[in-house]
Design a protein around this ligand. Structure first.
Ligand code: HEC
Length: 144
């Protein structure tokens, strides 16, 4: 009986471990996918801001809105116990700072949408610059 109970315990621990690492893997895939989408939209905005692509007011507004929408999606991919990928351990040991970075992401991308609504390259350019700076600041602290 004792042997049986221990066997069950071992089996449930194995299942438990498998389950949590599956969650971590899914979370890593989720957040990396969110950032891939973010990059897709930022690349076009960056090209317009640099003058490498023609300015198109409708396209700029579309891409800015998509970045802003994604800014609300990334954070849930960093749940407890989902260390891995290129995410630094400092995210979890310094959660308030990281969460503040995510809020900044939302604010600055919101400002980029407002700038895109003005419909001019002149308004868009500094907003895209500020967005890029916000990406870099977080990556410098929290990404390998
Ligand atoms: C508050 C922090 C934070 C902000 C803001 C942020 N990122 Fe990231 N980003 C990360 C972290 C952490 C990772 C690593 C995720 C992982 O590998 O688990 C990452 C990963 C990425 C990746 C790699 C995705 C892959 O294929 O694995 C790209 C591309 C990226 N970010 C682009 C951006 C862009 C563009 C912005 C700004 C518009 C941005 N990020 C803003 C934290 C941030």
């Amino acid at each position: 009986m004792k042997k049986f109970a221990l066997g069950c315990l071992a089996a449930s621990m194995l299942v438990g471990a498998g389950f949590s690492s599956a969650i971590a893997d899914d979370s890593i895939e989720y957040r990396q996918s969110v950032f891939k989408v973010v990059k897709w939209h930022m690349d076009t905005l960056g090209a317009m801001a640099r003058g490498d692509a023609d300015f198109d007011a409708d396209a700029a507004l579309h891409h800015a809105k998509q970045v802003h929408a994604m800014s609300f999606m990334a954070k849930e991919g960093f749940g407890e116990g989902t260390q891995g990928g290129a995410a630094k351990a400092e995210i979890w040991s310094n959660w308030d700072q990281f969460a503040g970075g995510m809020e900044k992401f939302q604010e600055v991308s919101g400002a980029m949408v407002a700038a895109a609504e003005e419909g001019s390259l002149q308004a868009l350019r500094p907003a895209v610059g500020q967005m890029g700076q916000t990406c870099r600041t977080c990556h410098d602290h929290f990404r390998d």
